[in-house]
Ligand binder design. Structure first.
Ligand SMILES: NC(=O)c1ccc[n+]([C@@H]2O[C@H](COP(=O)([O-])OP(=O)(O)OC[C@H]3O[C@@H](n4cnc5c(N)ncnc54)[C@H](O)[C@@H]3O)[C@@H](O)[C@H]2O)c1
Length: 273
């Protein structure tokens, strides 16, 4: 039996990036808790697969092809949500592409591309969501942030980190502006959750996977489904006094000092083993 505080029956949730990975897991988790879904992604075929899985739970799913780095496309999509759904209770801003390049050679074009995806697109989506939620005095916005928005990763993450830092501060500022109007804004701060890009990078560099595991006290990389519980919590009334929070979903990575060691850590210092 599940607690009524987590019940999302008949609420409408918009999740960007829901053709795969974290966005897909969130969309399915919210549907399993009773919400109807609007899916936004550039990958139409992937979204259609998510639609099938959502419909199998008995909930509705409306897929909209939308480039979440394009403000005009985002505004048009919200217009379609108004016309087709008539309400919007939850928005999860998950999609966003980025580029990695060495600090001395990163180009303005790479920077613009990444900021447009991870900062401008999310802000426009928050504005459109906030406008609608403030009108009815209730709503929950969830932004996806990386641990790179709070700490430095190196490995050519400069502009990604700058952009994710922007998404983190966007969350705090909007929470401060909108919480008294009924709109809660929170972030899930992710680290090393397996996706296709990470799979390829780890396969190409055997040291990388070990490097990640040395920083994760829980002893494994994340899986997309790990995000479901936290997303349901933040979307639902179970988190009604939680706003402006940046909650790590990282197996303990942020809590651990870079010089610390933990049981099972690859190449742990002798005193730990
Ligand atoms: N996986 C991790 O460990 C991790 C950690 C921190 C942050 N993130 C961030 O979370 C987000 C999702 O990551 P994921 O692991 O689910 O990746 P993923 O590649 O599995 O999914 C990303 C989805 O977003 C879509 N997308 C990309 N650019 C888009 C755009 N401009 N408009 C609309 N849709 C777009 C893709 O088509 C895809 O369906 C990314 O922004 C990523 O940087 C991921």
């Amino acid at each position: 039996m599940s607690h009524a505080l987590f019940d999302l029956t008949d609420r409408v949730a918009l999740v960007s990036g829901s053709a795969s990975g974290l966005g897909k897991a969130i969309a399915l988790g919210l549907a399993e808790s009773g919400a109807d879904l609007v899916l936004a992604d550039i990958d139409r075929d992937g979204m259609l697969r998510t639609v099938e899985e959502i419909e199998a739970t008995g909930r509705k799913a409306l897929p909209i092809v939308c480039d979440m780095s394009d403000p005009a496309a985002i505004r048009e999509m919200y217009g379609q949500v108004d016309a087709d759904c008539g309400r919007l209770d939850i928005v999860a801003n998950i999609a966003g592409n980025s580029r990695r390049e060495a600090p001395l050679v990163v180009s303005e074009e790479d920077m613009t591309f990444t900021l447009q995806n991870l900062v401008v697109g999310r802000l426009v989506s928050c504005q459109e969501a906030g406008r609608r939620m403030i009108k009815v005095g209730k709503g929950s916005i969830i932004n996806l942030v990386s641990i790179a928005g709070l700490t430095a990763l190196g490995r050519n993450h400069l502009i990604y980190s700058i952009a994710m830092g922007g998404a983190a501060q966007m969350t705090r500022e909007l929470s401060t502006e909108w919480s008294a109007k009924g709109v809660r804004v929170n972030a899930i701060v992710c680290a090393q959750i397996m996706n296709e890009e990470l799979r390829v990078r780890i396969a190409a560099d055997e040291v990388l996977g070990q490097t990640y595991l040395r920083g994760i006290p829980i002893g494994r990389l994340g899986e997309s489904d790990d995000i479901k519980g936290l997303a349901i919590f933040l979307a639902s009334d179970a988190s009604s006094f939680v706003t402006g929070a940046l909650i790590p979903l990282d197996g303990g990575n942020l809590a651990k000092n870079a010089g610390g060691s933990h049981p099972g850590m690859p190449n742990a210092p002798a005193e730990q083993v």
